[in-house]
Design a protein around this ligand. Structure first.
Ligand SMILES: Cc1cc2nc3c(=O)[nH]c(=O)nc-3n(C[C@H](O)[C@H](O)[C@H](O)COP(=O)(O)OP(=O)(O)OC[C@H]3O[C@@H](n4cnc5c(N)ncnc54)[C@H](O)[C@@H]3O)c2cc1C
Length: 568
């Protein structure tokens, strides 16, 4: 029997990219724009090889685990009843880890080029979603930064080599445990305690419970805890490194209660852990623990969360756009329907915008790492690392959702495409490393305390001054109104009489301006690529037409009346 529909699906599957680096030319153009020079032959080779390995080794390994529900399993005891607190994975997990670590992502120098190399490789990796590897890599990079920048010579000597190893079988994996059951956003409410060890010089003993512990299989845990004599709140928190084991086998005083059964990131082991007098060493000064956690760990993971969100979006777009070309409905390719084309274009626009703003952020990470960042660079970084995580993670869920719709009913089927798993992972990317409201509140505080809106305004102005391409009258009009955004106007918008939701709306609008600016820079840098100019124009018309900067929508006037029964 003739089955043309199946043949179409087969040819769609056969058209899938064999290399995500060559499939996404925007990565090269953004790297070159933001690095200010062409890719070196070495970086090009690394990206080409890893783009291939992600498509041909890591994707099939992740698919095998997800398809067969081969999730991590807790093994608390060994054969003779001793506590081992191990996590067991399907062999495909190790296969994926070998390829991910071999990319060299963990071994890059902390400098300008290094930041771009990490971002480029991590973007490619994220085409499989979290994949059981992204979180361990992010946590290991974060812990390595903390150790390299802040730890004692003894800790550096002991752990840096393992944290920068590119052979996964010899590597030390890092993790970061801040969240406790009483709250993840409110880290200052942490009650896990640290007591000076009377016998081991410089060491501490940690006791308490951590509620969300991803990479529960890690070799080294970064743990926040409150030293006995410390006060309340975030100021009283210290940050410690805790080795999984002191003798290479016996757990260092902790017990894995259970692995969490999660919506997304399902092949990543996330546990609840009890710590009972575990031996630990401080990273940095005791009273700097919260700064260590934010500046080294969370800033790394918020930056890379955005890179990962862009990778997820890029994959969703690749899947949906190729599907549309191969699927027929009512006798014609669905790619010929205007509604589908518009949907795909929206996906492409948001993906490009997320990539563009995230690589602008990467430029700042690179300058900070090489020690050439100005005060204003540091301010823009501080704003973007939080605001960009917020907007890109929301966009990722939206874009994958749109992709699922393009695939129709097939889009909801686990085995058919990676989209269901990307969607689940994207939802997790939205909440870990800082929820939306909490990031917005942080940016608001920074804007008030550090005058970051002025800093952002100057940055936008400087970036726009580098754009010489001419746009349509409508777009030029909007651009003109943006360049007239005076610092005073923005300051009035964050006046303390305005509510948090209004600031969240203002921040969303402001990030649209940032992303528009980044897209304009990108289009300017590739004058022969008409699609870049079209993408920038469309993004601006989509998000910035009819301004109403930070305006409260009419429906929000009814919020209290609607909730009066539920919340009174
Ligand atoms: C899969 C997964 C893995 C994780 N792994 C780790 C890990 O390895 N290590 C780790 O430390 N943590 C981890 N987390 C925890 C994560 O960081 C927290 O879930 C997150 O910080 C939010 O904390 P919470 O869940 O306690 O939410 P809550 O803090 O209880 O927040 C609940 C809601 O209230 C809102 N809210 C809170 N404060 C405010 C405010 N001031 N204004 C307005 N709204 C507010 C939040 O935005 C959210 O919508 C993980 C989470 C997930 C989902």
């Amino acid at each position: 029997m003739e089955q043309p529909g199946r043949d179409d699906l087969i040819s769609w599957k056969e058209s899938q990219p064999a290399n995500f680096f060559t499939a996404v030319p925007q990565l090269r153009s953004l790297l070159e724009l933001r690095m200010g020079k062409p890719l070196t032959a070495l970086l090009e080779e690394k990206l080409t090889n890893f783009g291939r390995d992600v498509a041909q080794i890591i994707e099939p390994a992740v698919h095998t685990q997800e398809r067969n529900r081969e999730f991590p399993k807790l093994r608390s005891f060994d054969e003779v009843g001793r506590h081992v607190e191990q996590v067991e994975f399907h062999p495909a997990h190790e296969e994926a880890a070998r390829a991910a670590w071999a990319s060299g992502m963990l071994g890059t120098a902390l400098n300008f080029e290094g930041a771009f190399e990490v971002a480029g490789l991590f973007f490619l990796l994220s085409h499989v979603g979290e994949g059981g590897q992204a979180c361990p890599i992010v946590c290991t990079i974060g812990l390595r930064r903390a150790v390299e920048h802040r730890a004692s010579p003894m800790i550096k000597e002991r752990y840096l080599k393992g944290l920068t190893e590119t052979d996964s079988s010899k590597a030390l994996r890092g993790s970061q445990f801040l969240t406790e059951v009483q709250g993840g956003s409110d880290v200052g409410a942490n009650v896990t305690r640290a007591t000076l060890d009377p016998e081991v010089p410089g060491a501490w003993r940690i006791s308490g419970e951590k509620w969300f512990c991803s990479v529960a299989d890690a070799d080294l845990f970064a743990v926040t805890a409150r030293p006995d004599s410390a006060g309340p709140g975030t100021k009283g928190l210290a940050c410690f490194v805790v080795p999984r084991s002191l003798d290479g086998a016996t757990p260092n005083g902790f017990r894995l209660r259970r692995l969490k059964d999660k919506l997304g990131t399902r092949i990543l082991a996330s546990a609840e852990i009890d710590f009972n007098d575990v031996l630990a060493w401080p990273i940095g000064e005791l009273d700097e623990g919260f700064h260590v956690a934010v500046e080294e760990l969370l800033n790394t993971s918020r930056w890379l969360n955005a890179v990962g969100s862009a990778g997820i979006m890029s994959r969703a777009y690749l899947e949906a756009s190729s599907f549309a070309l191969h699927r027929t409905a009512f006798g014609v390719s669905i790619a010929s329907y205007r509604a589908i084309r518009e949907q795909l274009a929206r996906m492409k626009i948001e993906t490009s915008a997320a990539l563009a703003s995230t690589f602008a952020l990467t430029e700042l990470v690179g300058r900070i790492d090489e020690g050439t960042a100005t005060e204003s660079d540091a301010g823009v970084h501080r704003f973007l690392v939080n605001a960009n995580k917020y907007v890109t993670s929301i966009a990722a869920s939206d874009v994958v959702h749109q992709g699922i719709e393009v695939l129709g009913g097939n889009g909801t089927i686990e085995e058919f495409s990676p989209l269901p798993r990307l969607y689940r992972d994207a939802v997790v990317f939205e909440s870990w490393e800082g929820t939306h409201n909490v990031l917005c509140a942080q940016v608001r505080r920074d804007c008030v305390r550090l005058k970051l809106l002025d800093v952002m305004n100057q940055w936008i102005e400087k970036e726009l001054s580098l754009v010489s391409t001419k746009y349509s009258r409508e777009v030029e009009q909007i651009l003109h109104s943006l360049s007239a955004l005076q610092p005073g106007l923005l300051e009035s918008l964050i006046d303390s009489s305005r509510s948090d939701p209004n600031f969240r709306r203002l921040l969303t609008d402001l990030m649209h301006v940032v992303q528009a600016t980044c897209l304009l820079r990108e289009a300017d840098n590739s004058p022969s690529d008409a699609s870049k100019k079209a993408t920038a124009s469309a993004f601006i018309l989509l998000h910035l037409e009819n301004g109403g900067f930070g305006a409260e929508p009419r429906w929000a006037l009814f919020v209290d009346d609607i909730l009066v029964e539920a919340l009174s």
